[in-house]
Design a protein around this ligand. Structure first.
Ligand code: MG
Length: 230
């Protein structure tokens, strides 16, 4: 029977270098203020909540209309595209991510997707830049909900429609790098493997008692065994 693997993006599959420049530029262009993503802890959060944290630090009213969110996500995508093109931002896949996703896509026992705090349009830019997009089904994004625990069920439903099959929650495994990924898994009744390639080292992640915990994704065989067993 198939398993659905729901990957977080930032800190799990990829790392962005100097992504703050594009993010801060999109804040300035959309809201007309000088916010700084480096002044907040974005890890595990969704982009709308990160923006609210940044604007909150500037003591701004954080009521943002639907149109402003559309403007922000479109502008952020343009800024990412521009900075990636100019080489002022870089995105690299994390160790073993390409190999693991390629192996999972060739293995009929697995379907892979994403659950991410990025907007769908910006997730696409990042996954394309890292060479990972081809291996992943459409998942769930901050453009679906800013509340991360809402996202796993949305991704599962989309993958069920696409693959014309159903995945019970116990056959769904979230792979992430923060306690927020684990919380979303727990609230969704899904399993969770945490990876120590983000802000938190393995020793800290183990404290949260995930179903599995690895330093990185580099051992493809071990990861596939873990995903099959938990
Ligand atoms: Mg992450």
């Amino acid at each position: 029977m198939e398993r659905l693997v729901l990957f977080d993006i930032d800190g799990t599959l990829i790392r962005s270098r100097d992504g703050y420049i594009a993010f801060n530029e999109a804040i300035r262009k959309t809201f007309g203020v000088e916010g700084d993503i480096r002044a907040v802890i974005p890890d595990g959060n969704t982009d709308p909540l990160i923006v609210k944290d940044i604007l909150g630090q500037l003591a701004m009213d954080v009521k943002i209309s639907e149109n402003q969110w559309c403007d922000f996500s479109a502008t952020l995508r343009e800024c990412y595209d521009d900075h990636l093109c100019r080489g002022t931002m870089r995105i690299q896949s994390l160790p073993g991510a390409v190999e693991l996703l390629a192996a999972l896509s060739a293995d009929r026992r697995f379907v892979s997707t994403v659950v991410t705090g990025n907007f769908e349009s910006t997730a696409e830019v990042k996954l394309m830049a890292a060479g990972l997009a081809r291996y992943l089904c459409r998942g769930a994004y901050a453009s679906d909900s800013s509340h991360r625990p809402d996202l796993p069920a949305i991704a599962r439903r989309r993958c069920e429609e696409l693959n014309r099959s159903s995945f019970s929650n116990e056959r769904c495994v979230i792979v992430g790098d923060t306690p927020k990924d684990l919380d979303a898994a727990r609230q969704s009744g899904m399993k969770c493997i945490l990876v120590g390639t983000g802000r938190y080292p393995v020793e800290e992640l183990l404290h949260w008692q995930p179903d599995g915990c690895v330093a990185d994704l580099s051992d493809t065989e071990a990861m596939i065994a873990l995903l099959s067993e938990i």
